[in-house]
Design a protein around this ligand. Structure first.
Ligand code: NOJ
Length: 743
């Protein structure tokens, strides 16, 4: 055993011993206190909170980020309570603190775990300087529904991408050691299935069969647990008839028994009491009973535990041993954070704000997050040398707050570089920039300023339209049923188009929007999500070719809402559509007989394919994949193989490509997806250069949850693809064979 492992084990044992000793000294009221998280104000410590802290009846506080108040809270807890247990200070640090990174969905479009880790690290440091020691991130809910407002907070539709990025964020927040300065506890949320809410309505019911739950939705959670995430948040939602907050299956069987998770689980905001609203329990006391029995260690912002747990114990309905176990889980995280050694925060120990390094990371993340969806006749990149004037048009061109996106409690819009500013900074005096906002908000239907916008488009060399949706159109409880560009934006595009000049559209949005009604009206589309503080600089650098776009879609973009849920890793069905096929209702022969012969799974009015598939994104380079090969044709279970392909850049500029590896298990004991992402790599390829991209595949990467919901790798034929999107067509095959007996 090496030294660091020995040290780690010794530290773990010490912590377990301290937990045992501390729990042994605690009264029942103090134990329940540790399980209580309260929401306090940021400017003062109210008298009732002081009293509760002194008597050990609060274990955690959320939403206080004034460092003086945080230190005062810690002082009361540590110096004035009997046992001096420090507090967890929680905050939603979702995609940045003061410096705002792109929304998580935008960060996912970078396909760059290193960047996410770095961004989370800066966010952790900025938050820690305010006394925060626990963030409620990352959100790793799989979402296949762009109507859902919280898709903005997710990493999209794919379990592998979400797992890799979720783990990277956890590592960024928590560092190598939770007790080091600037490390904060992460929280993987929302366990589980929240992203599958019916019709994308936030908080709505989810019904997910166990096969799907384990093979898709639970995978990222398993990955973050294996990576040592400190905490998990239960979902608000009802999963298969039992709200997650009361689910023994999720919290006990899966999380603790199967995965051996040893951190703690927090409820969502008041979600224990909401068990009554769900109709699962008659009153808060029963709700407390069900939540504690399921294994919800801490209650966020509710009073079910504080008001009812003690009598439940007295009545013998809750075993004190169960409470001790739950309290121990919370204390374990506090010990790991080093809070008992040093609960206070000295802001001067941290980089000053705003932090130039964090801003640089935010810019890089924004640069890599932008997905180029269209670039007809290479209209992009622009060149200052060829332009005399440009029109900058649209409600999101100069919107410092909106570009930050959802969940930015502590983000500072004053730091934002807007798109207009970015363009100005880029062109200086060389190009005349005419700005017309045209619409007050993206939702506006007032077209009064459109004439002015059209004039600007006529009188300049080309137009760049900054369109999309404001941050308030996404996020918690902000789902949309219609995900076209809102307001009169489509009309604005059509009017500008008529000016007869090139039209470039940059979309700032918190979800994949349906762009079918504008895609043919414009020359180029850059999809920039809500790009955060440095969005304007990044977008300008892409527009003017300082960098090539390298983002790839982390979620499928549907043609129309009726296609949802639409995702690349679907099942084949018994009547699969022909690839990429579109059949529109106008083409259907009149009086066609109703028959199941020769028919396949598609919509009469939308066909089968999405507008843009998962993994898609263009570049200023021209990439071509050739010569896929596997290192061996037969691999024994337990072994590995490599899959490689040649990647050539036939374009005129060097650029980064995200090479993607997909696999299909052709025949299995349960039906398997038509493709599954198994690997991805960001690679830089010079103009004219050919490189080999290589992926290692372990047979364990091919494992899935089978008929008995146990993980299994089955022998058989597998197909592999390497390419630049989930539509990659360069394919090969290999065989997985059972290990020889005795081998
Ligand atoms: C409710 C949200 O669902 C959760 O994600 C968030 O962390 C908490 N509120 C705390 O703000």
């Amino acid at each position: 055993m090496n030294v660091s492992l020995t040290e780690k084990t010794a530290k773990t044992l010490r912590i377990e011993q301290r937990i045992g000793e501390l729990v042994g000294e605690m009264t029942v009221a103090e134990k329940i206190g540790q399980m209580n998280q309260v929401c306090l104000v940021d400017h003062a410590v109210p008298e009732d909170a002081r009293v509760a802290l002194r008597s050990g009846r609060i274990g955690s506080v959320l939403n206080v980020v004034n460092v003086e108040i945080v230190n005062e809270l810690q002082r009361i807890a540590v110096e004035e309570s009997r046992l001096g247990i420090p507090l967890l200070i929680g905050r939603d640090v979702i995609h940045g603190f003061q410096t705002v990174m792109p929304i998580p969905l935008g960060q996912a479009a970078t396909w760059n775990p290193t960047l996410l880790k770095e961004g989370a690290r800066f966010s952790a440091q900025e938050a820690a300087a305010s006394g925060v020691n626990w963030t409620f991130a990352p959100m790793i809910d799989i979402s296949r529904d762009p109507r859902w407002g919280r898709i903005a907070e997710s990493f999209g539709e794919d379990p592998h991408l979400t797992s890799e990025l979720g783990v990277a964020m956890v590592r960024g927040f928590q560092g190598d050691d939770l007790s080091t300065r600037g490390s904060i506890a992460a929280c993987a949320k929302h366990f589980a299935g929240y992203g599958d809410c019916e019709s994308g309505r936030d908080y709505a019911t989810t019904n997910i069969p166990e096969n799907e739950l384990r093979n898709v939705h639970l995978r990222p959670f398993r990955a973050t647990v294996d990576a040592g995430v400190a905490t998990i948040m239960a979902s608000f939602s009802d999963l298969n008839g039992i709200p997650a907050t009361a689910s023994e299956f999720l919290m006990r069987q899966v999380l603790r028994d199967e995965w051996q998770f040893d951190g703690f689980v927090v409820s969502d905001f008041d979600s224990i009491s909401q068990l009554c609203v769900h109709g699962l329990t008659e009153n808060d006391k029963d709700a407390a009973l069900q939540a504690v029995t399921a294994g919800i260690d801490m209650e966020m912002a509710g009073a079910c535990y504080t008001e009812h747990l003690e009598s439940l114990i007295d009545e013998g309905r809750v075993d004190i041993g169960v409470v001790d176990e739950l309290v121990g889980n919370i204390l374990r995280v506090k010990f790991r954070l080093g809070l008992f050694e040093d609960p206070y925060t000295n802001p001067s120990d941290f980089p000053s704000k705003p932090n130039a390094d964090a801003m640089r990371a935010a810019k890089t993340a924004a640069l890599q997050s932008v997905v180029m969806l269209k670039n007809d006749h290479d209209v992009l990149p622009l060149s200052c040398g060829n332009l005399r004037s440009i029109a900058v048009i649209g409600p999101l061109a100069d919107a410092p707050y909106e570009q930050l996106g959802t969940w930015i409690f502590d983000g500072d819009p004053a730091l934002s570089i807007t798109c207009l500013q970015g363009v100005h900074d880029m062109v200086g005096d060389a190009v005349d920039v005419r700005f017309v906002r045209a619409m007050d908000t993206s939702r506006s239907r007032d077209t009064a300023s459109f004439d002015e916008a059209v004039r600007a488009a006529q009188e300049t060399d080309l137009s760049i339209l900054f369109l999309g949706e404001e941050s308030i159109l996404t996020g918690e409880a902000h789902s949309r049923a219609d995900i076209d560009l809102p307001g009169a934006q489509v009309e604005l595009i059509r009017r500008i188009r008529k000016a007869g000049k090139k039209v470039i559209v940059v979309i700032l949005a918190g979800r994949p929007l349906t762009l079918t009604n504008i895609v043919d009206e414009v020359d180029a589309i850059l999809y920039a999500w809500h790009p955060g503080t440095m969005g304007g600089t990044a977008i300008a650098e892409l527009l003017f070719g300082i960098e090539s776009p390298s983002g790839k879609l982390p979620a499928t973009m549907p043609r129309m809402v009726g296609q949802i849920p639409i995702y690349y890793n679907q099942k084949n069905t018994g009547k699969p559509p022909r690839p990429h096929e579109l059949v529109f209702i106008d083409d259907i022969a009149e009086q066609a007989p109703q028959t199941s012969f020769g028919m396949f799974a598609f919509h009469l009015d939308a066909g089968f394919s999405p507008l843009f598939p998962f993994g898609y994104g263009l570049s200023y380079a021209k990439f071509e994949y050739k010569n896929i090969r596997t290192s061996i044709h037969e691999v024994e279970i337990g072994d590995k193989l490599t899959v490689s392909a040649e990647l050539t850049n036939n374009g005129e500029v060097g650029a980064v490509e995200v090479a993607q590896l997909y696999v299909r298990d052709l025949v299995a004991s349960v039906t398997r997806p038509v493709r599954e992402l198994k690997g991805f790599k960001r690679v830089y390829v010079e103009s004219g250069q050919t490189i080999t991209v290589e992926f290692e595949l372990q047979t364990s990467d091919l494992a899935f949850y089978g008929r008995d919901y146990k993980l299994v790798t089955e022998p058989g034929e597998f197909r592999v693809w390497i390419g630049g999107s989930s539509y990659a067509d360069l394919q090969s095959e290999f065989q997985v064979i059972a290990r020889q007996r005795g081998a």
